[in-house]
Design a protein around this ligand. Structure first.
Ligand code: AMP
Length: 213
């Protein structure tokens, strides 16, 4: 089974992806995470995309499509994939369909998580993660139980994404709104689109997501 999760930055996409991944034994592919790993590795590709990402702009379709094509050819993708952050444009959506069709595969569900912009800005600008184990926290909504100490691993080292500032977040949300306006009708016409209310508590959003399956 192949699933696309569509939601703006801060919509809780990552949390829902984790759940779906466990439930159906799928590979979770977040293109944002893949690109950040490239940057962290110091590769030529990473250096190329860093300024694009920091400015809240989109990486080129060609680069994204070839990155995904290589990744889904690997063994761990053969049971199915949750695409998170991809496709973001109509050419990416069409290219994804083509590469899946080649392997006698297809997209089964597209789940859209809807959250109003004001809520998103508050969520994005306050979020941070533990550098050691990756656990996610929020300055307003989810502090570690002991200030400055990770609940999961005890580390005191935290970081915030460079692009999680208000200016970059607004740019990303502008781009997201413009582009989802392109891709959502594409999947709606194929009767694959399910929209859920992402302002609800996490378990309630999860149960809305599950009702799509
Ligand atoms: P995300 O973590 O999904 O918010 O992605 C962070 C940044 O990576 C985005 O703002 C884009 O610059 C870039 N990016 C991630 N996925 C894509 C994609 N499918 N197409 C183009 N750029 C992408």
């Amino acid at each position: 089974m192949n699933v696309i999760l569509v939601g703006p930055a801060g919509s809780g996409k990552g949390t829902q992806a984790e759940y779906i991944k466990e439930k159906f034994n799928l590979l979770h592919l977040s293109t944002g995470d893949m690109l950040r790993a490239e940057i962290a590795s110091g590769s030529e590709l990473g250096n190329e995309v860093k300024s694009v990402i920091d400015n809240g702009l989109l990486v080129s379709d060609d680069l994204m499509v070839s990155m995904i094509e290589k990744r889904i050819a690997k063994d761990d993708a053969q049971n199915g994939v949750i695409f998170d952050g991809f496709p973001r444009t109509l050419p990416q959506a069409k290219a994804l369909d083509e590469m899946l069709t080649k392997n006698h595969n297809s997209i089964n569900k597209v789940i859209e998580i809807q959250v109003p912009r004001a809520d998103l800005i508050a969520r994005i600008t306050g979020r941070y993660t533990c550098v050691k184990c990756g656990a996610g926290y929020h300055k307003l909504f989810k502090q570690p139980s002991k200030e400055g100490v990770c609940d999961k691993c005890g580390s005191t080292d935290f970081s915030q994404r460079d692009d999680d500032n208000e200016e970059s977040a607004n740019k990303r949300l502008d781009a997201f709104e413009k582009l989802t306006a392109e891709i959502l009708p594409y999947y709606k016409d194929q009767s694959k689109l399910y929209s859920v209310d992402g302002t609800k508590a996490i378990p309630e959003v999860t149960s809305q997501v599950m009702s799509a399956f």
